[in-house]
Design a protein around this ligand. Sequence first.
Ligand code: 2HG
Ligand code: ZN
Length: 456
Amino acid sequence: MTASLPVEALRAAVGDDHVLLEADLTASYESDWTGRFHGRAGCVVRPRSTAEVAAVLTACAAAGAPVVVQGGNTGLVGGAVPAGGEVLLSLTRLDELGPVDVAAGQVTAGAGVTLAALQKHARASGLDFGVDLAARDSATVGGLVATNAGGIRVLRYGSMRAQLLGAEAVMADGSVVSRMAGLLKDGTGYDLVSLLCGSEGTLGVVTAVRLKLVPRLASRAVALLAMPDADAAIAVLPGLRERLPHLSAAELLFAPGLALVRKHGHLPAPFPVEHPVYLLVECADRLDPTDALVDAVGEAEGLLDATVATDSAGQRALWAYREQHTESISAEGVPVKLDVSVPTGRLPELIARLESTVSGAAPDARLIVFGHVNEGNLHVNVLDAGDLGEVVTEAVLRLVAELEGSISSEHGVGRAKAEWLSLSRSATEIAAMRAIKTALDPAGLLNPGVLLTREP
Ligand code: 2HG
Ligand code: ZN
């Protein structure tokens, strides 16, 4: 990295206390949560307003200093940790939440607001936020926007992009764009807000967003279905969707993942005997959805066993089997993590071919799979791949491409999968992406190497 760090200008922008240089202060920003990605930052800068972010980017642009943008550091693709020497722009101090506009069903949130804080804020006004995921206590709004995060309620509310009504962002040259009126219709040309969502910090730095809120549905029922195989579990879903208009989640679990979760979470078995595949479903409504859920589950073809939780402790216990997967896998070692989706009709084929694909690439590896079945989105975690991690990655991503799928469903491309982008995007699409990147960030200072590989 040849650019010099504009330390004095950064101090002037955010104050001396918020430019961190010493290794013991910067360390927690320099590794990702899984332990897969590390890099030394030139320094860490912690602005607390859009104006301070603008001053930081102006200073970096003048010095030609590359910038890596970080929120709650819960990302799983190495998109928010430095490669080496960049200014690490941490947005966690942008944690302001505006008042909930109940009439409009909208709220303004700073990029550093955690998902849990946003949910709590919305619920206090009788509303809710449509996106939810296990890392809610640390994941921030900015990171959710950057990756177009999905999570466990996409079936009902869509991904992050579907919640976005506006954004404020600082562009690479330090200029600010702000579209925060919360317009429900706006046909005035290119949709920059949508473009920034999912751009992984490569086009601009989102500092605040205007978000759509959804009705708070406090009556919930959660069921865990034991199924003989993945095909049967997948086949049950269309019937559940049809019978249960208030269906809000459908998650697929397999015996090896559940065993790991039980081991590390010290959780009891959900059923007297182990089953190969499980489907976790949730309904949420204003009126108690339990009877409808029990009836629909009773009709599920191939059902081996089922348990339904109506009280919140029981529901949390069932969700723990699903939500503790990520931590339990990491407790066993550093996994290769692949987040893929295929057209839902091809999900049975993907599942059927995964085991042999992974064992063909790394014979001693252990495969742990789970995911969001409605979106055909599987989280493929591979433990004990040793130095064959890249071979496993290539084999799985090529299989996904063959099935017309996406190599990144909801975690982003990051550094981890940038070199594989052409498996999911055509040469014309990648050229268009590069043209947009060059137009908005001509010096290539924002998150270099993330999403798009550095130009050859
Ligand atoms: C989830 O659905 C997250 O829990 C993490 O997307 C997935 O750890 C993973 O592979
Ligand atoms: Zn997920």
